[in-house]
Write a protein that binds this ligand. Sequence first.
Ligand code: DAH
Length: 337
Amino acid sequence: MLDQLEQKARQALDATPDSDALAAWHRHYLGKKGAATQMLRSVSALPPEERPAFGQAVNRLKRALETAFEARQAVIQRQEMEQQLASGAIDVTLSGRPTGPGHLHLTTQTLRQIYAIFAGMGFQVYEAPDVETDELNFGLLNMPPEHPARDMWDTFWIGDQVLLRTHTSPGQIRVMRERYPEPIRVILPGKCYRYEQITARAEHQFYQVEGLAVGRGIQMTDLIGTLTEFARRFYEPDRRIRIRGSYFPFTEPSIEADMDCILCNGKGCRVCKYSGWLEVCGAGMVHPVVLQNGGYDPEEWSGFAFGFGVERPAMVKYGIDDIRYFYGNDLRFSTQF
Ligand code: DAH
């Protein structure tokens, strides 16, 4: 009985013309309700002593048919591929879809505009690391452990004393320690990280550009002049800057600078929340303790510093309403700029 089945199955297999027929054959002989499986079920009709031998024989048959099936499948697949090739359905000489040459990311473009503007005012670019120590990110910036101002920065901690910088300000200490006793005029661009809820306005990673000037006789008016010049070159030549008192542990006095809204020219609109002004940056005169931590005697030296985000000015300039687009890696966004 088994021999008959095997013979029939092999003949049918050799006669299968294509992969559809092959699949049907497999269902018919080896599928759940296939002939071989049915055969196995019939074992219960046999006297108990004949059952083991019969069962083994059926299983051997199933394995043999499975092997024969695979061999036939290889033959048919090959035939079908050759047919397809012959009929030209697959043109292996056709070139792939071209990828465009690509271009710089909007953030990189914006950073380069910023570098060029500050280069025009004599600022060099100084790069500091993304992974910082607690001491540089906070302590030496006049925020010893337990200082409540640390709460202004939600921090990704890597270890007990190591973190992802929450701002570019620690670079101020690095550049001062490296350059002393030279006067300093640098910008410090780089990525910053904050353990924050991501929204249309806030990402957990973003770029900042820090500015630092240290010299003899540097004053608040130098800072205001620098920021005004920046706003005029980055946006439009008639922009205005206003300053407000603020607080940062590493500057004294501290200010915040705003620019008249570029969309409504100061009249008030949705973007400036009807105030007529857009926040530009935090800034101030470098705190004497920070100068000292950098190695500069505050009796002799003074300086100004500022720090601003990069994505937000780009959002204002290009009318982007959600910061999450920047690093969402969606080409529909990236290719627009
Ligand atoms: N580091 C500040 C922040 O991330 C920004 C800042 C404010 C930088 C005042 C400065 C400064 O250099 O003087 O919120």
